[in-house]
Design a binder for this molecule. Structure first.
Ligand code: F6R
Length: 611
């Protein structure tokens, strides 16, 4: 995780870096720091968010045309001033920021300690920096050469940016496993973990690949591999507007992103779904359609919320395509020598496209001959690039740390994939296929309908905000929605919440039920409805406080519930895109009512680029 920014050019570097870091705070916000070329390398850093550093250094001479900045999500060493990046080398001439983990840092550290190096932080970054400086001094070589030699010894993942007091216009950057984008301006260059820090200055960017090293000066970008061969930078045009990464009048990004869902789902369907002609156009899936149809199984790999989307997809694909689906946590999959044979189809789901565990799990499966289909939100991200095919979710930048619009985008894409495969395979009747296309097409409008009840959900949130625990229960397609609702609440409000299949409740969690426990039922009208109504009765009989997400007009469930959140009538296959929305709002409003920083919940980061 961690966000990195760099600038070299004629403008004042500090304001560009600070603004860029604020946009990257979704990647971590434990501490912040900048290094500026200002008659030597000057480093300012502090525990806390970007605004806290900004406030602490008001009045300092921050004039510089070259600089680097970092917002941290702690891995080695607690969040503190001394562990904040940038770190300075022993000589004080080099400063470095790092996103990633150096796994063999203790070995390198011991070697350096024997040579008399003293460390001022607990970080792996300071070790790598001094290792680079040691090589530079011993070999009397350039910083670029020293970095290249050092990286050959490094085990782990990194993006690093370095500045050198002896070469004040240059930034050296290198990448393996963490993202790095370089923006190309006129006589200036920008560096960032993503393109957001450079959006108002340039639309031309280069996504740096693993094992590449960049020498960045105002007028020059030299890209090399670690073998010192020059590479031709592949310049791409950014399709992203500034408005997409601003709050646009909403109090929080999370609320804005929840409310954007009618549009983002529409954008996801647009140009792909044609309900009147009965077609779904997805070229990144079409290419592999034969293999998918013939596959004896599909393995879905993801983490967190994306894993919940995968679980919904398992139910949908098995139902519509009659293909066996397994859903795997990427972190488990990558370490347990999974059985993958040539021709197996992997669907990797990721909002960021940078989640380290998902990335390595894909590489593992790819090496064993699997076909990788990525369902990814961030265009050009690592997972998108290493996948054979797939489809983007087109949800736009998701900045709130808790995932909302990416989840519904993933569901929309996965439902289209299932329908497309079912149609090609002939495992769905024409009538049902056409019905589901129409149902899908109506989702944006129905999500807008659900959002109109947000004030009602806010009142429910205020009523239950002091509960110590929550239980979320659902069946079938709504079981993963229960998991997702519980995850949202945990992340945003710090209230303990568990999601469970409603029937499993009797096998343990029912012991938790008393008159203080809110139990959220996702009880929309579907094939399991009667069953979940019985579960509601069971909770009510034990004095649990039943809150339910129900379909419009369901009087019976209403009579069993203390509070209800309503969605419009929809086929059960597409209903999760609706039933999750009240749960997103409930978590949001409870988080706000409890005074939490909902866009930046403690200990979390948006993009988990460490394992
Ligand atoms: C929860 C959340 C996380 C992510 C998970 C995977 O709100 O955002 O659980 O879903 O870290 O991230 P991606 O989808 O970027 O791979």
């Amino acid at each position: 995780m961690c966000g990195i920014v760099g600038y070299t050019g004629p403008r004042e570097a500090y304001p560009i870096i600070i603004k860029g870091l604020k946009r990257l705070e979704y990647r971590g916000y434990d501490s912040t720091g900048v290094a500026l070329q200002n008659g030597g390398v000057k480093v300012y850093k502090k525990k806390g968010k970007v605004a806290e550093l900004e406030e602490a250094i008001v009045g300092k001479n921050l004039h510089a045309h070259v600089g680097i900045g970092h917002t941290r999500w702690a891995t080695h060493g607690e969040p503190s001033d001394r562990n904040a990046h940038p770190h300075q080398s022993s000589s004080g001439k080099l400063a470095m920021i790092h996103n990633g983990i150096i796994e063999n840092y203790s070995q390198l550290k011991n070697e350096l300690i024997k040579k008399g190096y003293v460390f001022h932080s607990d970080t792996d970054t300071e070790v790598l920096l001094n290792f680079i400086e040691e090589i530079k001094t011993n070999n009397s070589c350039t910083l670029e050469e020293a970095v290249r030699i050092a990286l050959k010894r490094v085990v782990g993942a990194y993006v690093i940016l370095l500045v050198d007091a002896d070469d004040p216009e240059t930034i050296i950057a290198a990448r393996k496993g963490s993202p790095l984008v370089i923006g190309i301006g006129k006589g200036e260059h920008f560096l960032g973990s993503d393109a957001s820090p450079m959006l108002e200055y340039t639309k031309e960017v280069v996504y740096v690949n693993d094992y590449e090293l960049a020498i960045v000066r105002p007028d020059e970008l030299i890209l090399k591999n670690l073998g010192n061969e020059k590479l031709t930078p592949y310049v791409q045009k950014l399709d992203l507007e500034l408005a997409a990464i601003e709050k646009g009048g909403y109090e929080h990004f999370m609320l804005k992103e929840i409310f954007e869902q009618p549009q983002t789902i529409y954008d996801c369907l647009r140009g792909r779904l044609d309900a009147s002609n009965g077609t779904i156009t997805m070229s990144g899936i079409q290419q592999y359609a034969d293999q998918i149809v013939k596959a004896s199984r599909i393995v879905i790999i993801a983490c967190g919320t994306s894993w919940h989307a995968g679980l919904v997809a398992e139910y949908i694909i098995e139902e519509l395509c009659r293909i066996n689906v397994e859903v795997e946590y990427a972190s488990e999959f990558r370490y347990r020598n999974p059985v993958i044979t040539k021709g197996d189809v992997i669907i990797a789901i990721s909002q960021s496209g940078e989640t380290a565990d998902t990335l390595v799990a894909i590489e593992t499966a790819k090496a064993k001959g699997a076909i990788i289909l990525g369902v990814v939100n961030v265009v050009g991200s690592s997972i998108a690039r290493i996948s054979h095919g797939g489809a983007y979710t087109h949800a736009g930048p998701e900045i709130g740390v808790a995932s909302t619009k990416a989840f519904t985008g993933q569901l929309a894409v996965l439902t289209m994939i299932a329908l497309k495969i079912a149609y090609i395979k002939g495992s769905i009747s024409h009538e049902r296929y056409m019905h589901l296309l129409n149902e899908l097409q109506e989702i944006p409008e129905k999500v807008a309908w659900v959002l109109k009840n947000s004030e009602h959900i806010k009142k429910i949130a205020e009523k239950y905000k002091d509960a110590r625990d929550f239980l979320y229960l659902g069946r079938g397609y709504n079981f993963p929605v229960a998991l997702e609702g519980a995850l949202k609440l945990k992340e945003i409000s710090y209230i303990h919440a568990e999601g469970y299949p409603a029937a499993e409740m009797k096998h343990g969690p029912i012991a938790l039920v008393d008159d203080s426990l809110p139990v959220v039922f996702i009880a929309t009208r579907d094939a399991y409805h009667e069953k979940i109504v019985s579960n509601m009765q069971e909770i009510k009989a034990r004095k649990g406080r039943v809150i339910s997400v129900i379909t419009e007009g369901d009087e019976h469930s209403t009579s069993l519930s203390e509070d209800v959140m309503i969605i419009p009538e929809a086929d059960e296959i597409v209903a999760p895109m609706l039933s999750v929305v009240p749960l997103q709002l409930l978590a949001y409003y409870i988080g706000v009512a409890k005074g939490q920083d909902v866009d930046k919940p403690r200990n979390l980061a948006k993009s988990v680029t460490v394992e």
